[in-house]
Design a protein. Structure first.
Length: 227
C-alpha cells in the first residue's frame, strides 16, 4: 500500500508538471450549508501555467448548477475540454413507465443505501414522493433531506414507510422569505483555492507553478503558499 500511494503521487506530480492536471479546493454551498470540495481538472492536451491560471480564474467566477451529492460523497473530477457522465440505472416506480424519476423520488430511493433500516420499495417512494417534493420546494437539497430523515434512528424500525412518512411531515422545514433583489445571497457561495498537487497546500493559483508550491518545486525553501 505505501508503494502504491507513492507511485500514484509521483504520477500525479508528473502529470501536473507536464501541464495536464491541476487540483483546486472549493467552498461550495449556500448560507450555512457549505463544505470544502476537492476538484481535479484534467486536460488531454498539455497547457502552460498562464493557460491554467486563466482557466481557473474563469472557473472561480462562474456559478455552477446544483449537483446532487450521493452518499458517500465522491471526489468530483472535471475535464476542461469535455465533461461527460456515465448514465446510471436507478429504481423507479413501476406505474411511472418511462417517466424520468423526480429529485424527490430519487432521494427517497437512496435512503436505503444510507441506512438499511430506511429501505423503501418503489411503490413506497412513489407514495411519499409528493411529501418529499415539498422539502425541495422550500429550498433544501437532497443531502439535507437525507440527513434529516436518517438522524437519530432507533435500533429497529418495524415499518420504514410509516417512519419516513412521519418524519417527512413532522420535520418539514419552514418556508424562508425570498432574498431582496440584488442581494449577494442570491448567488451560491463559491470560493476557490488552488492546491499543490504533491503536498495539497492551498493558495492562490498564481502562487503555484506547474501545479506545485515552492517547497515542492524547490525543497528547502520553506513553507508553501498561504491563503
Amino acid at each position: 500500500p505505501l508503494y502504491g500511494q507513492t507511485a500514484v503521487g509521483s504520477a500525479l506530480k508528473a502529470l501536473s508538471v507536464a501541464g495536464h492536471l491541476r487540483r483546486v479546493r472549493e467552498l461550495r454551498g449556500e448560507g450555512d450549508q457549505v463544505r470544502w470540495v476537492t476538484r481535479t481538472y484534467w486536460s488531454r492536451n498539455a497547457h502552460d501555467n498562464e493557460w491554467w491560471n486563466a482557466f481557473l480564474a474563469a472557473e472561480a467566477v462562474s456559478v455552477p448548477e446544483p449537483v446532487p451529492v450521493p452518499v458517500p460523497v465522491p471526489v468530483p473530477v472535471s475535464v476542461p475540454e469535455q465533461r461527460t457522465a456515465e448514465p446510471q440505472q436507478e429504481p423507479r416506480p413501476e406505474a411511472d413507465g418511462d417517466r424520468r424519476p423526480s429529485r424527490a423520488f430519487m432521494a427517497l430511493a437512496r435512503l436505503g443505501r444510507t441506512d438499511a433500516r430506511l429501505a423503501l420499495s418503489a411503490a413506497d417512494c412513489a407514495e411519499l414522493e409528493q411529501l418529499a417534493a415539498e422539502w425541495f420546494e422550500r429550498g433544501v437539497g437532497a443531502e439535507y433531506l437525507t440527513s434529516a430523515l436518517a438522524a437519530g434512528l432507533p435500533d429497529a424500525i418495524g415499518s420504514p414507510f410509516g417512519f419516513v412518512r412521519r418524519r417527512l411531515r413532522d420535520k418539514l422545514p419552514p418556508r424562508l422569505p425570498a432574498p431582496a433583489a440584488g442581494s449577494a445571497s442570491e448567488a451560491p457561495l463559491r470560493r476557490m483555492l488552488a492546491e499543490c498537487t504533491e503536498c495539497r497546500t492551498p493558495g492562490r493559483p498564481e502562487a503555484f507553478r506547474d501545479g506545485l508550491c515552492r517547497p515542492c518545486r524547490e525543497p528547502g525553501t520553506g513553507t508553501g503558499p498561504a491563503d
